[in-house]
Write a protein that binds this ligand. Structure first.
Ligand code: CA
Length: 506
């Protein structure tokens, strides 16, 4: 059943009419942050909404549509970005892990550029191969730096075709979130071609680890006790031991959350987890505050320049993030906090509860640009949902797959329906099943519960059906990435060999 709330729709009419009345193609500003969990945006509610509000991001929800059920098909940075670039699952676009996008395939920016859009990109890119399809770009090499942020500018590429091997120009004294915004505003003011519609991708590095916020936020939340999630002290009882294998644990084996020598010296305990959680969340939310302030700056510019009337603004993240739930930080795992992404689109409408995916983004943006949706893309345009049209045949479930890479998080695949989640840890042959209605925190594994045996069988069938429908082969474990770049292929082979040697040592 579709659940549309239309209570405040009349307030939005002027903007809606302006957008719908346009016979020409609207501009598209696609803003994406790295690792920004939806439950760290106050428009999404939750325990952090009051202590760390995000009024500027909330504007997008108020003035447009907030997707309450948007998810990724692989909760990890580079692969999710590749899905957004191609509209195809990892096993089709070739980016299973952190390997790099083969730019010879059709991509969203290429389509937009060929369609007459002026295309631009600024910020965190992380697809490794030099971008194709942009009239202008300015990119952080690799993960990039939070402070004194350097960029590889278009024209400074290395002949290797690998972005991080290009010439990087530093910006002393700048924080990445501020300089990325500054460069975007410069593009709008000095590079934008007023005779063409634009497609501009503005990608923040924050709030990715190691959560180095701008110094002006040093005192933000300093005296606030950050509310804890219900599952902070979850130790995975009753579920697959897969969770124990991961080193994403807060204050445990994780090297990213040993913030100070004092913390590092403490033996692991629940009390240590509690202490580290507070420190982690303050750093993370200070990074989020920087994004919120900067998005406000961009929205203000669109308003004062008059561009807002014909610019669709999208805000999203490349995946969700654990903010202490299950005692974790980071992403990867199909559990809700990692799987779920924010998605807000300044367009008519209010809140939508259908299942939206990162896989749908290129189809949606091309549709908004009045470009036919390529038939080989695997998602679906969200435009009917944005127009609040009824879509009775909308998906009720989707397929997810994570391939083993860092943090010893085991590979797994599964499906999420509207009400249940089925997870299969393929290298361990272990199942988890959750009833998301009675157990939204995913702590009661029903896979061995006899009362759920017929539901389990039904969901296993659905998993196989969806796996086949997207053309995935469960035996394809992602160890043959297709980057289209000889240097990246070699680097990946060396990385795999190092991992095999390390495994042999253990
Ligand atoms: Ca990410």
């Amino acid at each position: 059943m579709k659940l549309f709330c239309t209570a405040i729709a009349p307030l939005l009419l002027p903007l809606n009419i302006a957008l719908f009345a346009q016979s020409e193609r609207p501009n598209i500003l696609f803003i994406m942050s790295d690792d920004h969990a939806s439950h760290a945006i106050s428009a999404y509610g939750g325990r952090l909404a009051e202590v760390a509000p995000t009024p500027n991001l909330d504007r997008l929800a108020k003035e447009g549509m907030r997707f309450a059920n948007a998810f990724v098909t692989n909760s990890i940075c580079t692969p999710s970005r590749a899905v957004i670039w191609t509209g195809k699952y990892s096993h089709i676009n070739g980016v299973y892990k952190f390997t790099g996008l083969d730019q010879s395939q059709p991509t969203l920016p290429k389509y937009m550029q060929a369609h007459g859009y002026q295309t631009g990109f600024v910020g965190k890119y992380h697809l490794h191969t030099n971008p194709v399809g942009f009239d202008h770009w300015s990119i952080l090499p690799g993960q990039g730096k939070y402070h004194d942020t350097a960029f590889v500018e278009m024209g400074d590429e290395n002949p290797s075709g690998v972005v991080r091997q290009g010439k990087a120009t530093p910006n002393p004294g700048w924080h990445s979130t501020d300089i990325i915004t500054e460069k975007a505003l410069d593009w709008f003011q000095n590079i934008r071609d007023p005779d063409k519609p634009f497609f501009y991708m503005l990608h923040y590095k924050a709030p990715h680890d190691l959560w180095q916020h701008a110094h002006r936020y040093d005192d933000y939340l300093a005296d606030v006790d950050i509310p804890e999630p219900a599952t902070l002290f979850d130790h995975g009882s009753g579920r697959s031991p897969a969770l124990d294998q991961s080193t994403q644990e807060i204050g445990g084996r994780s090297h990213h959350t040993q913030f100070t020598p004092e913390i590092k010296a403490m033996p692991y305990s629940d009390e240590k987890r509690r202490l580290v959680y507070q420190e982690y969340m303050k750093r993370y939310l200070r990074c989020v505050k920087g994004i919120d302030d900067n998005v406000g700056k961009v929205l203000d510019y669109l308003d004062t320049s008059g561009l807002a009337a014909n610019t669709v603004v999208v805000y999203t993240a490349d995946q969700g993030f654990f903010l202490g739930e299950h005692g974790l930080y980071d992403k990867r795992i199909i559990y809700e906090e990692s799987l779920r992404i924010p998605l807000m689109v300044r367009w008519p409408g209010t809140v939508n509860f259908d299942i939206a995916l990162n896989l749908d983004y290129p189809e949606t943006l091309l549709d908004i640009a009045r470009h036919p949706v390529p038939e080989d893309m695997q998602g679906r345009s969200l435009v009917p949902l944005l127009k609040s049209e009824r879509a009775e045949d909308w998906r009720n479930a989707f397929y997810y797959r994570y391939y083993y890479s860092h943090f010893d998080t085991p590979s797994h695949y599964g499906i999420r329906t509207r009400n249940e989640k089925l997870i299969y840890y393929d290298t361990r042959d272990e199942w988890e099943l959750y009833d998301l209605r009675s157990d939204p925190n995913e702590v009661v594994n029903l896979a061995a519960n006899p009362e759920w045996s017929s539901k389990l069988a039904e969901l296993k069938q659905e998993l196989t059906r969806l796996q086949r429908a997207v053309g995935d082969d469960p035996t394809d474990i992602g160890d043959q990435p297709r980057t289209g770049n000889a240097i990246l292929d070699q680097l990946e082979r060396e990385r795999l060999e190092r991992r095999i040697r390390a495994a042999d040592r253990n």
